[in-house]
Every structure is written in C-alpha cells, then in structure tokens.
Design a protein around this ligand. Structure first.
Ligand code: HQG
Length: 181
C-alpha cells in the first residue's frame, strides 16, 4: 500500500476511534473498542471504503502503534488520545523519575500558572524521552520540552498510567513538578 493511503487510513481511524465515532454511525464500547466489521461497514457507507487487509497493514505498520487489533474478538481500538469518554482500564504503574512534555512557547505562561491540563483529551500526555517530546511539541511550532518530576509526583500520591504504545498519562501535572528553563 502507498504511504499516502496508509496515512489517510490512519488519520481516518484517529478521527473515528478517538474523537467522532458518531460521525459515521459507529459506537465504541465503554473501553473504546469497535467491531472490525462495523468499522469497515461504517467507513464504506460514509464514502471511505478500505479493506480488512488494509486495516491490518495500517495497524501493523503504524509508527506509534496507535491502534490495537484484538483478533479473538475481531475488534479494534485506539491505544490513547481519545476525546470521547472511554475507560482504557490501564493499570496505574510507577513512572520513571523524569518524563517529558512537548509543547510550544505560547502555552508556557499558562502552564507555569496552572500546570499541565488534559485540555480536550482525557489525560496529559508525557513522553519517556526528550526526542519523542520534541516531536510532539513540533506539531505546533518550535518545540519546547518541559521535564516533569514524575517520580516525585508519584511519591506524593499522583497516579500514572502507560498506554499500550508507551505514552505516559497523568490526570494533570501541578506546576511545582515541572522544570521550566
Ligand atoms: C497544552 C499526538 C495551556 C499542551 C502526540 C499541548 C501526543 C496547555 C496542548 C498526543 C496547558 C494539548 C497528545 C495549560 C497543556 N495551558 N496549554 N494549562 N496544559 N497545554 O494535542 O500532548 O499523533 O491534546 O502543551 O504525539 O500535544 O495523535 O496534547 O500543546 O502523544 O497519536 O495543550 O497527540 O499523538 O494538545 O499531544 P494535545 P499533546 P498522535
């Protein structure tokens, strides 16, 4: 499959498995799963047909492993990044001492005042390394990487989860745990 088609399908999945399933008449279960047959049918009915084989290829080749196919139940979900309410049932796990948040300078004053907030998503997204955080920030402009004292937060009673694709998730990060340059 051409890279361009792979990206188009991946973006289509992000839109409908994370944000607007209702737009194509799809229903996610409370844990974010959609039946593969339902998804293929809904996409075709709404003018964007793709095959089961293409879907499997997009999931397998995805650079961030954004989607998981559950063969046993023939269903699919996004691993993180939702704005619709879903319970991903991720266990709380102790984080590494430092995690990194990629953003841009225009948000830094607000973050300094109120800390990191999930904004439209369910959770604040944190990366295990600076390189990944730099790429996340670069989606919006010149990236600014903010180190987060995750170990200290955890010792103070904040819980962390990690998605199936290695994104660390926190409900919020108070400014005291963020190292501003
Ligand atoms: C900022 C992509 C003002 C925050 C990436 C960010 C990631 C604040 C934006 C995933 C703030 C939210 C998520 C505050 C946070 N005041 N701005 N108090 N607190 N912000 O897109 O982390 O490709 O919801 O810095 O790789 O940028 O979609 O979060 O700039 O993993 O798989 O508000 O999306 O993954 O933006 O990105 P987002 P994010 P995918």
């Amino acid at each position: 499959m051409k890279a361009e088609r792979t990206v188009r399908i991946s973006k289509y999945l992000a839109k409908h498995l994370r944000h607007q399933p209702e737009r194509i008449g799809l229903t996610l279960d409370p844990h974010g799963w959609a039946g593969v047959e339902d998804l293929l049918r809904a996409a075709a009915a709404h003018g964007f047909p793709f095959s089961r084989e293409e879907l499997a290829e997009v999931v397998a080749s995805n650079d961030k492993r954004r989607y998981v196919l559950d063969a046993e139940h023939d269903r699919i979900r996004a691993s993180q990044g939702h704005s619709v309410p879903v319970e991903l049932d991720l266990p709380a796990v102790p984080p590494p001492e430092w995690l990194y948040h990629g953003t841009v300078s225009r948000f830094v004053a607000a973050i300094r005042a109120e800390g990191l907030r999930p904004m439209n998503r369910h959770a604040v997204h944190l990366s295990p390394d600076r390189g990944t955080a730099t790429r996340v920030g670069a989606r919006r402009g010149r990236p600014v990487v903010l180190p987060v004292a995750a170990g200290a937060m955890h010792r103070d009673g904040h819980s962390f989860r990690v998605s199936e694709n290695g994104v660390w998730l926190a409900e919020a990060v108070p400014p005291a745990y963020i190292r501003f340059a």
